[in-house]
Design a protein around this ligand. Structure first.
Ligand SMILES: [Cu+2]
Length: 153
């Protein structure tokens, strides 16, 4: 009987030590990225560099307070994360949740989108960019400063 109780306790504590359970149900850590624009002169992400860790649920708040639409694009970053959802919000109201593998997010002027994700691979993703055309300058936003880097540790 003693052996059985000890075995059960061992299994219980082993699970406590090694199992992290459902990673998608963690309380998310918020990371805000603002999209900033001066049409005809400059566009940028603020901050332009973010650092994330694998295994943590993040809520990336992509906030566009500028008069232009913007993309949040990176070729490799989406393959290094598990997306729980992309949430479309209007202030505190939730409008929609999109689930599945997300490759790119576009945010329209004055709105925010929340990308809930868990990084699963480490890496330096320095190809974050926006490919919207600035019609005044006849240049893409990425060539006017709208580039960024995501480091996953
Ligand atoms: Cu842009």
């Amino acid at each position: 009987m003693k052996k059985i109780i000890i075995s059960i306790l061992l299994i219980f504590f082993q699970n406590l030590a090694y199992s992290k359970g459902d990673l998608t149900r963690q309380k998310p850590q918020e990371v805000k990225i603002n999209f900033v624009s001066k049409p005809g002169s400059s566009h940028f992400f603020s901050p332009a560099e973010i650092e994330l860790e694998t295994g943590i649920l993040y809520k990336l708040i992509l906030k566009n307070n500028s008069p232009n639409k913007h993309y949040f694009s990176s070729l490799k970053f989406p393959d290094a994360v598990f997306t729980r959802k992309v949430q479309v919000v209007d202030g505190t109201n939730k409008i929609a949740e999109i689930k599945g593998h997300i490759k790119e997010v576009e945010v329209f002027p004055g709105f925010s989108v929340e990308w809930w994700l868990i990084p699963i691979k480490t890496g330096v993703f320095d190809d974050l960019h926006c490919r919207v055309l600035d019609k005044i300058a006849d240049m893409e936003h990425k060539d006017m400063g709208m580039r960024g880097k995501i480091v996953v540790k």
